[in-house]
Ligand binder design. Structure first.
Ligand code: GAF
Length: 387
């Protein structure tokens, strides 16, 4: 995807004039799933695939003329009409316009055309890439770039919550906005402190295998998982009125055991995964610093097991890909992102890379009669203005 491609469509679909072009990436996450909305740690990085948008004020008060280049779909709407567009892709634009306005940006009508090469439904967060790209553009076009990066992250999350029906955490928008080439980021989702970690494991590659089972979070059991976690926290808080319990991050293993019977096995098991996942992220950070990739990989397999058997967000196809990785001697492999489809992320020794990818694709096709897709991970920069 390049600027000229987006620009040519922007010119064609609007009044022949050019605007400014912005880009934002999708993300990977090495470890730390479903921990963000539980106040825990995540370990994402931005990738070299994302969304590119050309935008220009159109002189109207509040009319947005939007064109999705990939879907060849045009939607015009008034972002102050209290309803917004029906097309799900256009709701990200609608939501960001309103959320940026809430942050004090005097948003007016604008034209926008955008395209993406981050695969949809692959768990690589194409939606966060859209939100942060549109947020970056609105901040620049109307807000003199006064809105902070963190506020753009939060506006993206609010867009998901308020206009798209997904009660997500902040990992995806954070990774898309703050990403840096060659660096993963360990984010503490409770304090919002984060650190960049150079990631260039000598002798290993990170590769994603897309099951091509479309992962879809809106209206999905994703929100149920979050509700389970919040329910456990409420029960623990009620038992310990002296403490401050906002998320599972504030809860101990002992406290979880205390409420096991009252919250029921399903919520208990889900919370059990989250507590373990928090510890695994920290263990992976230590292992990375020590150059101990065997431990990193072991923790990735543990996460897959937990996401599949405890958090219950896997599917037959992802479990199959994980099993194949194990059989091929891959160092670490797991579901990446929210689950319910999408990709596995695999840490593979250089010398095993070719044979693993070949075997995984072959066996996957034999079993499911569906082709898997392979993406090499290149850790890249976050949201930016291109011209
Ligand atoms: C999705 C959500 F959008 C994130 O906030 C995060 O919870 C992730 O699933 C699971 O780690 O990508």
């Amino acid at each position: 995807m390049d600027i000229e491609f987006v620009r040519s469509r922007f010119i064609k679909h609007f009044d022949g004039q050019t605007g400014h072009v912005y880009a934002s990436p999708g993300r990977i996450n090495l470890i730390g799933e479903h921990t963000d909305y539980n106040g825990g740690f995540v370990f994402p990085g931005a990738v070299d695939k994302g969304i590119m948008a050309e935008m220009r004020p159109n002189g109207t008060e509040s009319t947005i003329r939007a064109y999705s280049i990939d879907l060849k779909d045009r939607v015009d709407f008034d972002f102050h009409d209290g309803v917004g567009p029906r097309a799900s892709w256009a709701r990200y634009i609608y939501g960001m316009a309103l959320e940026m306005e809430k942050l004090g940006v005097p948003v007016k009508g604008f034209n926008i055309a955008f395209a993406g090469d981050v695969p949809l439904g692959a768990g690589m967060s194409s939606s966060a890439a859209m939100e942060s790209c549109f947020g970056c553009g609105l901040n620049d076009l109307f807000g003199e770039n006064k809105v902070s990066k963190w506020d753009i992250v939060l506006a993206g999350q609010a867009t998901e919550h308020n206009y798209c029906g997904v009660n997500c955490g902040i990992m995806d928008q954070f990774a898309s906005v703050f990403g840096k080439a060659g660096k993963l980021m360990r984010l503490d989702c409770r304090s919002r402190e984060f650190e960049y970690f150079p990631f260039n494991p000598e002798g290993y590659k990170l590769v994603l295998i897309n099951s091509c089972v479309k992962h879809e979070l809106a209206g999905s059991p994703y929100n149920d998982r979050r509700n389970s976690c919040e329910n456990v926290v409420r029960h623990i808080a009620a038992k310990h009125p002296e403490g401050k319990f906002e998320t599972l991050r504030d809860c101990t293993w002992e406290q979880l055991e205390e409420v096991r019977a009252e919250v029921g096995e399903e919520d208990y098991t889900r919370a059990h995964f989250v507590l373990g996942e928090k510890d695994r992220v920290l263990a992976v950070c230590d292992a990375l610093v020590a150059g101990d990739y065997e431990t990193v990989g072991k923790k990735m397999y543990e996460t897959h097991y937990g996401l599949s058997k405890e958090y219950d967000v896997s599917c037959e196809e992802l479990d199959f890909l994980n099993d194949i990785a194990k059989e091929c001697g891959v160092t670490g492999s797991r579901i990446m992102g929210g689950g319910f489809g999408g990709c596995t992320i695999n840490l593979v020794k250089d010398e095993l890379y070719e044979s693993f990818v070949k075997t995984a694709c072959q066996k996957y096709f034999e079993k499911f009669n569906r082709a898997a897709k392979v993406y090499d991970v290149v850790i890249s920069d976050g949201s930016r203005k291109l011209c």
